[in-house]
Design a protein. Structure first.
Lengths: 328, 816
């Protein structure tokens, strides 16, 4: 066990091109917020010979929204995203997911892109972006490419980022009218990494689900879309979902923990079947945070709850995601 | 909140305790000032230690830099059980900047126990403290065991040197389960202790024929339970600095909780030198919670400093601290209890299997205290207790806040509820009926209780949690919106009671002393020997001193943490400091007061009895316009050019004849999500029998902090140890999960003040206690909500779901 970091070369380029030239392979690591990297370096889980800080790169900390969508740069902090009025109003699912991260200090230091580049399936940001159909923009020395976020995560700790390449931007399309979404998570404490997290987005029209996306975190080597579950619900009539028209349910609709949500209304059989199908898609492990069997079972519960909540929000036509503490 | 005072008819909080419902008749002689009003005691005054801590000016061990100081680091074992075949230190020694590399071959050949608190035991009891380790081990007994150490010019070099030490191990079969460890054929961890039995303790107050009593009981309930290895998680990781002085003496700086006993252990058990050759200085302590009742890295620092001839600072990382030598001891316990149909306890039996881990440390004393507290709170004609302490290849355990009580209470308090259910009694009434009261034997006989406000604690706590409205009887499941058998979210209420000692009078070496000097400006220097580890003891002692002398709080300056200056004391633990040291301070303060009055009487031309002191001013009671300042008297005493010159000083002492037990009731209201298994604590109420709150803000903070730690103990905190390798998997705050502010429920604290005749101004202890009632009250609330009982801590959602799946789901299921 060690307290000190091993020596490494440290560079702070001021242009993206300059950074790309330095990021040359396995022995080099890019540092945005450093939340994950510095800890791993002290624990000697990663031993980079060179660390390239992105913190001096200009103009990469933007969060921009227009009619088409949301775009944020590689240096936009989690706190910036969470506090952004545009994100809260247009992409409340993303705000809700980041809001579930308990530590404000971590959110100020950590970036949204960095959170994804760790490659952990337990990311809270990733499932929200999966459900929202986000795309990842990668900039290389010669060209740029944009891939769906589902192609970005390859395995635990492995992403699609190549040598001499940086994730410079995340692009998120605007959710369709009539949609509602919900993020839910179970963790040991408010500041712990998820045992299981779930992000769903539904669009409702003419009494039926026009579209459904269900993303799962912490239950497979990468975040995951529950495709089977989605197809079960697509075009299905919107049943009597829990929380619909229930004031207690509406009041509780923004809480990360479902613990106080009243459940006066029965969950429709369709949601239950979809939730079970989602649980089937999960291939979790047992570790210090939870057991595989609990995680699998909780996928069912959280998907069911999140679908009910998202449906209620779609029908109510609002998301109610409030500004985090300290942000007006 | 102290409104207990107002809700308790017949007790006037402003009376100085004279109308307390004390059965001893005599009012506490120490607790009166003029007109029964206090000027310092009972006030939420700011603590003297907080400004430095809040501004960063406080000097912790890690901040300490001495000229020429080296950095020491320790090489730990990667294996849980292994022979050391060879250690090659040549490469490490050859590294530039390395001053020393030491192994088991370089350490004194005296075996010792880490528990320095054990030095307070009487000799016959100390014999049971296994002397089972060297500073660096000749055999690895757990992952994290200390194998070698390095001193170098800086941390980087020291750690590089650690990487260069080559150790050849031969792995041995290891055992991590205490029940497995007892089986024939299990790997032997210490040659001197066959069968891995580290010790067996029979409860000294066992009495009566247990089998007969149980056979004659109308009902017998049995509950088995096991606590987690909670970590003290002090914010400051362990550190020590040692320097051998030119005159041959040794100075040690460390955050140890018992400086004088640490000095004795180091001198007598490790180095074989005289106590007077050691000066022990307590640095600012970043939290103790019992971890610092043992040696941390001090012995390594002392040895490296001796070998190099330079001052050496040794520290550990958070990961090493988690994988080391201090956590709550895991105890597997069974309680059997016999009761009559009418709800009278006829017998209580407790059996403990205690996992010491690799070395003995506190595992014996903690088992003894567990039985005292667990078997000592309820009245029972027949009592039987026995603890078996086992060595395993787990990390060494130690004392932790509550010291056996949170372990035992988790099991006992659930058994009490089961017994109440058998009798069809409200568990609150059952406890009131069977709990001990004033005049009855305490947890350590033959001491009897001189005060006990448990009944008031129970009644006030019940009122605050809404027991009458919320406890619906056995078999009535409650939904979120009131009684309803089904439903996903179920609410429940539960309670727990406890007793704990205020110090160890009657069984440990238990006397305290205090020195007061009255300086020429009327301020005083108070030299005392507690360990200020965040609990606010220096403030409380200053308040007692100021009150006792009639001075202002700000006139008192405290000196502590230097064994060359302070008088012998066994340090801070067992909720003892306010009680024991507070009495010594009061004794000294009264002597100073008497001296001042005598000199003032000469000046004011009256008798000392006609005078009083307040706010630093002596005045004639009959005519308060006639005054003389204490400063004038103090200055006159020092600058006396005649024959009466002196520096007014006094040494006060306290010899504890009793451990003055305190009592407490805790109540939890919870809501359980039966689909996720998540327990949400809605409210926790704790009512504590404090005797007198010297500083109510400090006492309330202490109980709030205890509730916080208790909630973590109940719900999330646990050292998870890999069952194959013995490695601690939760070795950082990223994996060992403590609650944050976001996770805290409303906690309500009620201070019940019924002064005890033996305490300073009637005060009793509190420090250990706040943690104890939380987990059992949640466990009992869980049964109220869902008819399930969890047998191990923490009560995770995974365990709740498993218990729900296994439980009969009939809403009128009656337990049993």
């Amino acid at each position: 066990m060690h307290r000190v970091l091993l020596p490494f070369e440290f560079a702070e380029p001021t242009t993206v091109r300059g950074a790309l030239a330095l990021i040359d392979g396995e022995k080099t690591r890019a540092l945005a917020g450093g939340v994950d990297l510095v800890l791993r370096m002290r624990l000697r889980q990663v031993l980079p010979e060179k660390v390239v800080s992105l913190q001096k790169l200009p103009h990469l900390d933007y969060v921009r929204a227009d009619d088409l969508g949301l775009a944020f740069g590689a240096l936009a902090s989690l706190r910036q995203l969470e506090a952004s009025r545009a994100v809260r109003e247009g992409w409340p699912l993303l705000a809700e997911a980041i809001g579930s991260i308990g530590s404000v200090q971590v959110k100020v230091q950590g970036t949204g892109v960095g959170n994804l580049c760790v490659g952990t399936p337990a990311s809270d940001v990733a499932p929200a972006l999966y459900a929202l159909g986000a795309r990842v923009r990668l900039t290389g020395l010669a060209d740029e490419r944009e891939i769906p976020i589902e192609e970005f995560f390859l395995d635990v700790g492995k992403t699609a980022v190549r040598p001499h390449e940086l994730v410079t931007e995340i692009v998120v399309p605007r959710p369709p009218a009539g949609s509602g979404a919900a993020f839910m998570k179970l963790a040991k404490t408010s500041e712990d990494i998820a045992k299981v997290n779930v992000a769903v987005m539904v669009s409702v029209g003419d009494g039926a689900y026009a579209d459904v996306s269900i993303a799962l975190g912490s239950v497979a080597p990468t975040p995951l879309r529950a495709v089977e579950a989605e197809s079960l619900l697509r075009m299905a009539p919107v049943g009597e979902a829990a929380g619909v028209g229930n004031p207690a349910g509406a009041a509780a609709a923004n809480r990360v923990s479902p613990a106080l949500e009243a459940t006066g209304n029965p969950v429709s059989p369709g949601l239950e079947a979809a939730a079970q199908a989602a649980a089937q898609a999960a291939v979790p492990i047992s570790d210090v945070r939870s057991t595989a069997s609990y995680r699998k079972e909780m996928v069912r519960v959280l998907v069911k709850d999140a679908l009910a909540r998202a449906t209620a929000r779609a029908l109510a036509g609002r998301s109610d995601v409030q500004a985090p503490g300290g942000v007006s | 909140m102290r409104d207990a005072l107002d809700k308790n008819p017949g007790f006037d909080p402003r009376s100085g305790g004279t109308s307390a419902p004390s059965t001893t008749g005599a009012p506490p002689a120490t607790s009166r000032t003029i007109e029964g009003e206090f000027s310092c005691v009972g006030k939420p005054l700011p603590r003297p230690d907080v400004a430095a801590k809040a501004t960063g000016a406080a000097v912790y061990g890690a901040d300490l830099v001495l000229p020429g100081m080296l950095t020491g680091r320790i090489l730990t074992s990667p294996y849980a059980h292994a022979k050391i075949l060879s250690i090659d230190t040549s490469k490490a020694k050859a590294l530039a900047g390395v001053a020393a590399v030491i192994t088991h071959e370089d350490v004194p050949k005296l075996r010792f126990t880490r528990s320095v608190m054990a030095e307070g035991l009487p000799p016959f009891a100390y014999e049971g403290e296994n002397q089972d380790q060297f500073i660096l081990s000749d055999k690895a007994r757990y992952v994290g065991d200390w194998i070698a150490a390095v001193a170098a010019v800086d941390t980087y070099t020291a750690e590089k040197a650690l990487d260069l030490i080559e150790v050849e191990y031969e792995q041995l079969p290891a055992v991590f389960d205490p029940e497995e460890a007892l089986k024939p054929g299990s790997p032997i961890i210490h040659e001197g202790w066959p069968g891995n039995v580290a010790g067996v303790i029979d409860h000294p107050f066992s009495r009566g024929d247990l089998d007969k009593a149980l056979a004659d009981s109308d009902y017998v309930v049995e509950f088995r339970g096991r606590n987690s290895r909670q970590k003290q998680a002090h914010l400051e990781p362990d550190v020590a600095v040692a320097r051998w002085e030119p005159d041959g003496r040794l100075t040690v700086w460390s955050p140890n909780q018992n400086a004088h006993l640490a000095k004795k252990t180091m001198a007598q058990r490790i180095l074989g030198i005289n106590e007077g050759d050691i000066r022990w200085i307590t640095t600012t302590v970043g939290g103790g919670f019992g971890a610092r009742l043992s040696f941390g890295v001090e012995p390594v620092a002392v040895l490296l400093a001796k070998i190099t001839g330079k001052p050496v600072k040794v520290f550990v990382t958070r990961e090493e601290d988690f994988s080391g030598w201090s956590s709550r001891t895991e105890q597997r316990q069974t309680i059997r209890m016999g009761v009559t149909k009418g709800g009278t306890i006829t017998a209580i039996e407790q059996r403990i299997l205690s996992d010491a881990g690799a070395y003995f440390s506190h595992s014996g004393t903690i088992s003894a205290v567990n039985m005292q507290a667990t078997l000592g709170v309820m009245r029972s004609p027949v009592v039987s207790g026995k603890a078996t302490i086992v060595y395993t290849n787990n990390p060494t355990s130690s004392g932790m806040r509550g010291y056996g009580n949170p372990e035992g209470s988790f099991v006992l308090q659930q058994a009490i509820d089961m017994a109440a259910e058998k009798c069809g009694m409200d568990p609150l009434e059952f406890r009131l009926k069977n709990a001990k009261g004033t005049g009855e034997p305490s947890m350590w006989e033959p001491v009897t209780l001189t005060s006990c406000a448990l009944e008031t604690c129970i009644r006030l706590g019940a009122e605050r949690i809404g027991w009458k409205e919320k406890w619906h009887g056995w078999g009535a499941s409650t939904g979120a919106a009131g009684p309803s058998p089904g439903g996903r979210y179920r609410r429940g209420v539960g309670m727990s009671i406890m007793t704990h000692a205020s110090g160890a009078g009657g069984f440990l070496l238990e006397h305290s002393s205090a020195i007061i000097k009255l300086d020429e400006d009327g301020s005083v220097q108070l030299a005392v020997s507690p360990c200020e580890m965040g609990q606010g003891i220096l403030g409380a002692l200053s308040q007692i001193a100021a009150e006792g002398m009639g001075l202002r709080y700000e006139d008192v300056h405290v000196i502590t943490g230097d064994t060359d200056v302070t008088l012998f004391d066994i340090g801070s633990h067992a909720s003892r400091s306010t009680y024991a040291i507070g009495n010594a301070v009061l004794d000294a303060a009264r002597q100073v007061r008497a001296t001042v009055l005598e000199r003032a009487a000469g000046i004011l031309e009256t008798s000392p009895r006609a005078l009083d002191i307040r706010g630093g001013s002596v005045f004639v009671k009959a005519d308060p316009t006639q005054t003389v300042a204490v400063a004038e008297i103090a200055r006159g005493a020092i600058y006396d050019y005649g024959l009466e010159g002196r520096h007014i000083t006094a040494t006060g002492k306290h010899q504890a004849l009793t451990h003055c037990p305190n009592f407490q009731a805790g109540f939890s209201e919870i809501e359980v999500d039966t689909e996720t298994g998540v327990i949400k604590v809605l409210k926790y109420v704790v009512a504590h029998d404090i005797g007198r709150a010297i500083n109510p803000l400090t006492v309330e903070s202490c109980l709030q902090g205890g509730a916080y730690q208790g909630l973590g103990y109940a719900l999330t905190e646990d050292l998870i140890i890999d069952e194959h390798t013995g490695k601690v998997l939760t070795d950082s705050f990223a994996t060992y999960k403590m609650l944050s502010a976001l996770d805290m429920p409303e906690v309500e604290v009620i201070l019940v003040e019924e002064p005890d005749p033996s305490g300073p101004y009637g005060a009793k202890g509190v420090g250990e206690t706040g943690i104890t009632n939380v987990a059992p009250s949640i466990a009992n609330a869980l049964y109220d909500a869902c008819r399930i009982r969890i047998h191990s801590l923490p009560m995770t959602p995974e365990k709740v779901l498993a218990a729900l799946a296994a439980a009969p789901q009939s809403p009128d299921y009656n337990g049993g």
